[in-house]
Design a protein around this ligand. Structure first.
Ligand SMILES: [Zn+2]
Length: 92
């Protein structure tokens, strides 16, 4: 299992796009199928992030995170904010 620190390092290095897909290599399987989704307050950008790989369906969640300036934000309290996220296996 890939440890949490390795996932956090991968998260710090990704490039965000308009959707969930981010550029970067999965630390678990090596494929470029990483996705990240920030659910956060739009002003403070504080919230949490789900970070996973669509290929191997491993990932992490970070319960206190600040969304980078280039990351799209989904609002708290909206069921759509977590819709479509697979039930990935948390490596933590
Ligand atoms: Zn993977």
């Amino acid at each position: 299992m890939t440890d949490r620190a390795t996932w956090l390092k991968a998260l710090a290095g990704v490039r965000f796009g308009p959707g969930d897909a981010v550029e970067g290599r999965c630390p678990h399987c090596g494929r470029e199928e990483l996705h990240a989704r920030y659910v956060a307050d739009r002003e403070s950008r504080l919230g949490y992030v789900l970070f996973w790989c669509e290929a191997c369906v491993h990932g992490i969640s970070v319960s206190r995170a600040r969304a980078p300036e280039d990351a799209p934000i989904r609002p708290f309290g909206d069921p759509a904010s977590t819709a479509g996220v697979p039930a990935f296996r948390r490596d933590e």
